[in-house]
Design a protein around this ligand. Structure first.
Ligand code: ZN
Length: 197
């Protein structure tokens, strides 16, 4: 079992300047846990039109800006089965943006991996999560074309974390109840403080 550290779709809180930028760029506000939209099983995407491609671009931009390495549609309020990710950026500086529509895990390795995960919807909180080290995933691109690929290590953990979002599962759902409740209370406080600010 390999232990790695990664900033998942998790980054630091955006300051006021970041939020202002949001309005001018096509950045989407990211929902913070707890939110009913983050617990919903998302619907498959059925329309592969220009709006979908535009939404995917906005999601990628939102993810890079956060910064994060993955973002699922429900995190920006669209309860559809779509995610974006790029785990290459951190590793070697060459961006490798991916958009996965209606993704499904078709195979998982017996071998497990542990990464310290975080989430843009649970800012500032990180915890070890064990998942299969490699997975095979099938998905459609924004034009509706089918793909299938094997993901390993960080990419595998990231794609599983993001697919979980499409089923209303957060990484804290893998933690012990006490730890999960503690994080949820912190997020409730964060949301109250943000509303007041
Ligand atoms: Zn997440």
């Amino acid at each position: 079992m390999i232990k790695g550290v990664a900033l998942f779709d998790g980054g630091e809180l955006r300051g006021r300047r970041g939020l202002t930028k949001c309005i001018f760029m096509t950045l989407k506000p990211i929902l913070i846990h707890p939110d009913p939209r983050l617990k919903k099983v998302c619907d498959p995407v059925t329309e592969f039109d220009r709006d979908l491609a535009r939404f995917a671009d906005d999601m990628l931009q939102t993810m890079y800006e956060a910064p994060g390495i993955g973002l699922a549609a429900p995190q920006v309020g669209l309860t559809k089965r779509m995610l974006v990710m790029d785990c290459a950026k951190e590793a070697n500086g060459t961006p490798e943006p991916m958009v996965l529509v209606n993704p499904a895990v078709t195979w998982s390795s017996e071998e497990k991996n542990v990464y310290e995960e975080g989430c843009l919807s649970i800012p500032g909180q990180y915890a070890d999560v064990e998942r299969p080290k490699s997975v095979r995933v099938s998905w459609l691109d924004v034009e509706g074309k089918a793909h299938e690929e094997e993901f390993d290590a960080l990419w595998a953990t990231c794609v599983q974390h993001e697919i979980d979002h499409l089923d209303g599962i957060l990484f804290i759902d893998y933690l012990k109840p006490l730890k999960r409740q503690m994080i949820t209370r912190k997020m409730q406080k964060l949301k109250r403080d943000r509303t007041r600010a």
